[in-house]
Write a protein that binds this ligand. Structure first.
Ligand code: SF4
Length: 327
């Protein structure tokens, strides 16, 4: 991705990177001043009340005396749906290829993924049965949603196909065989500051150094979305600042192994930057002074079709008809 040194990115500063603390969201994280991310913004746009549940609902009594509702929100907050789970398993398997001392031989990766997903599935069932507020739990199990067995099997085989495609694709040989000393980032959470905006979080799936440039790769296991390009541009902006080299940003769809280079569009990035600035200012104003959770009434619910898939529907009296409520 080529962009001149005088481009918009030169006005940014990168904070030190932090490693990921784990693959699944922590239900116990204390609220900080908002930092913009694609997932935070998505929740903000979808339903402010769901946003409140996610970022503030578990806050009350976080340290010593949590209310019953806060405990319940904590339990719901860490749920992941089956598609998020499958995508996460693929990302973990790919990350393991780059970071393990002894990576799994390619002919065994499929079975490893199947075994891991089977174990996680059982763990999730147990967590749902015990109503545990900790550990991995699928939303489908917590809400006892009916998913036919063949759908679960299909999900697992899709994850297997994605991981096997990564290991078998000739187009990915160069990336797969990146020497360890050329690896810059594997699933790191990187935080950086946009001037006049605030803090932004990105998760860089893979960044490698190649011939004096940074190649940033974003693995995609779902359907292509319009925002994929914008995500890649933001990752590239961060990479450019963090490592000070030209950046090539790639989207890699799996299992098709469709590699797409994202070209830098200054205008498009500037538009994204304006959106981030506006959203972050609104999130920050809603956050208040940080001494207590902001009142939930200030975060309007958006009842509608999305309620049926909302993690928080069990504690949300505003949920739309037909969303169901028993967790
Ligand atoms: S159930 Fe519906 S209204 Fe309630 S938080 Fe979820 S999406 Fe928002």
């Amino acid at each position: 991705m080529n962009h001149g040194r005088e481009g918009v990115m030169d006005r940014f500063a990168v904070s030190p990177a932090r490693s990921t603390s784990g693959p699944y969201p922590s239900p116990m994280s204390a609220p900080e001043r908002p930092a913009w991310s694609f997932s935070r913004a998505a929740l903000w746009r979808e339903c402010r009340r769901a946003y409140w549940f996610h970022y503030y609902g578990a806050w009350e009594g976080l340290e010593k005396d949590p209310t019953e509702e806060a405990l319940e929100i904590r339990r719901l907050k860490r749920l992941v749906n089956r598609w998020m789970w499958a995508g996460r398993v693929v990302h973990d398997a790919l990350a393991a290829h780059f970071t393990s001392v002894q990576p799994t031989p390619p002919h065994q990766v499929g079975d490893l993924v199947r075994r891991r997903m089977r174990q996680m599935y059982r763990r999730s069932l147990r967590a749902a049965r015990e109503r545990s507020p900790y550990g991995f739990c699928l939303q489908e199990h917590a809400y006892q949603e009916r998913v036919p067995p063949e759908e679960w099997r299909e999900l697992v085989e899709k994850a297997v196909a994605a991981v096997e495609a990564f290991h078998g694709a000739p187009d990915l040989t160069l990336l797969r065989e990146t020497p360890r000393e050329r690896l810059l980032s594997v699933e790191d959470i990187v935080r950086f500051r946009l001037p006049d905006c605030g803090e932004v979080y990105v998760v860089i799936d893979l960044a490698v150094e190649r011939e004096g440039r940074v190649v940033v790769v974003d693995w995609k296991t779902g359907r292509p979305r319009p925002e994929d390009r914008r995500q890649a541009m933001l990752y590239a902006a961060c990479a450019r600042l963090r490592w000070g080299m030209e950046v090539e940003a790639l989207l890699c769809h799996l299992p098709d192994v469709e590699l797409l280079e994202v070209t830098w569009e200054e205008e498009e990035f500037e538009e994204l930057r304006r959106e981030i600035a506006a959203e972050l200012a609104a999130m920050d104003a809603a956050h208040g002074d940080g001494s207590a959770p902001p009142p939930r009434e200030e975060f309007a619910p958006s009842p509608g079709p999305g309620c049926a898939a909302c993690r928080f529907r069990a504690v949300c009296p505003e949920r739309g008809d037909g969303a169901g409520s028993d967790p």
